[in-house]
Design a protein around this ligand. Structure first.
Ligand SMILES: Cc1cc2nc3c(=O)[nH]c(=O)nc-3n(C[C@H](O)[C@H](O)[C@H](O)COP(=O)(O)OP(=O)(O)OC[C@H]3O[C@@H](n4cnc5c(N)ncnc54)[C@H](O)[C@@H]3O)c2cc1C
Length: 345
């Protein structure tokens, strides 16, 4: 298992590939016990990437609880500063090694499974939905972190402008999805993710009003359909079939008004809420940074499996938008394909 590792180059053919890996320095070695003394000594604070910038962390940090390996990292942002030296001095185990450098290694492998997954679509690209312009508009991934017990608010769902616990919230489905100007495809999970997030809100705030604006609600499969039916029974969850056209902010209250046309009644709706969640889709990682191997992609950047050629296989969201269960099933299949490549040699 190589962490902080990036594939730089792949040459060869099925059964005999050479993979060049770039291993970035952690500046902390295997003697780390996660005591956190380095973080206590470090004064520099940086944005937490894991919490989408909603929290500051020290320049010496554990990336997240359950991080593997369970070791602190010294941010490259403080390397060469007096703070880095302070971290080194503070470590009672000699685990901080500021002389670590980037390494490149070559591996000989017979088959490769690309499981490079997805990234959230950049919501700042969706001009009419106000992300980055209005503080109380967040993305679904940000809400995941807000609702998480180990997140920036320790699970309290508060809005960014004043940390007020929310009483009303709107979900904007297909934010940038099924839209020729952004992601033309359905990301499969966003409807279910919003329904799930509605339960996070309901568990904490029994009276909160939840508005879900959608084009079509997609609940693929029997279990997901049952889940959708259960949420529909909640009298404080309002489903509005209508694409959100615009959003605006009240400068005093910082509340957001969402404007949409109800496709069922034809009525124009102006719904004011305390916070808005954009259900942004999943974009394959390879769409923005092509992988250094001879792979075929569809027009959206998902890797197309070429089973005739064999040798390299894409699993999970590298191949198509999917939930965790489908990604796992698909990955098991692709691992078997990889094993078959070796057996056929
Ligand atoms: C808001 C939201 C909520 C969701 N909630 C649920 C849920 O409740 N249940 C559910 O089933 N699904 C949920 N999903 C979907 C779920 O996140 C995906 O199904 C799942 O993450 C797909 O797994 P994956 O392994 O294919 O990709 P990923 O989870 O994206 O993993 C890919 C990994 O590859 C690494 N990587 C990428 N590029 C490189 C590279 N070049 N070199 C080395 N490593 C690289 C990444 O760092 C990452 O660790 C949700 C999605 C969203 C957007």
């Amino acid at each position: 298992m190589f962490t902080l590792a990036e594939v730089e180059n792949v040459t060869g053919s099925p059964g005999q590939y050479t993979v060049s890996l770039k291993l970035s320095p952690r500046y902390v070695n295997e003697s780390c016990t996660c005591c956190g003394d380095c973080a206590k000594a470090c004064e520099t604070e940086i944005d937490s990437e894991f919490d989408f910038g909603m929290k500051k962390i020290k320049g010496a940090y554990l990336p997240f609880e359950m991080a593997f390996p369970a070791r602190y990292v010294i941010s490259p942002q403080i390397i060469g500063t007096a703070d880095a030296e302070k971290c080194k001095e503070a470590c009672p185990y000699g685990a901080v090694d500021l002389s670590m450098e980037t390494k490149t290694i070559d591996l000989q492998v017979g088959a490769i499974v690309w499981a490079t997954g997805w990234e959230p679509y950049d919501a700042t690209k969706i001009d009419n939905l106000g992300f980055g312009q209005y503080q109380n508009i967040v993305t679904n991934m940000m809400l995941e972190r807000l609702a998480s017990p180990n997140g920036p608010t320790r699970g309290t769902i508060t809005r960014p402008s004043d940390n007020k616990e929310i009483e009303s919230i709107a979900f904007v489905q297909c934010a940038g999805s099924r839209d020729e100007n952004h992601l033309p495809y359905c990301s499969y999970i966003c409807c279910m993710a919003s329904l799930k997030q509605a339960t996070y809100i309901r568990e904490r705030y029994p009276e909160a009003k939840i508005y879900i604006f959608y084009i079509d609600l997609r609940a693929p499969g029997y279990r997901y359909e049952q889940f959708y039916k259960k949420i529909k029974e909640d009298e404080n969850v309002f489903f509005i079939k209508g694409k959100v056209a615009e959003v605006s902010e009240d400068p005093d209250s910082k509340n957001i008004t969402v404007v949409a046309e109800n496709a069922v009644t034809g009525e124009k709706i102006h719904q004011t809420v305390e916070m808005v969640v954009l259900a942004t889709g999943m974009q394959p990682t390879a769409a923005n940074a092509k992988l250094p191997a001879d792979l075929t992609y569809n027009e959206d950047g998902f890797i197309i499996n070429d089973f005739e050629k064999g040798g390299m296989f894409a699993a999970g969201c590298a191949n198509k938008p999917a939930d965790v269960v489908s990604s796992n099933q698909n990955a098991t299949g692709m691992a078997l394909k990889a094993i078959q490549t070796l057996m056929k040699r």
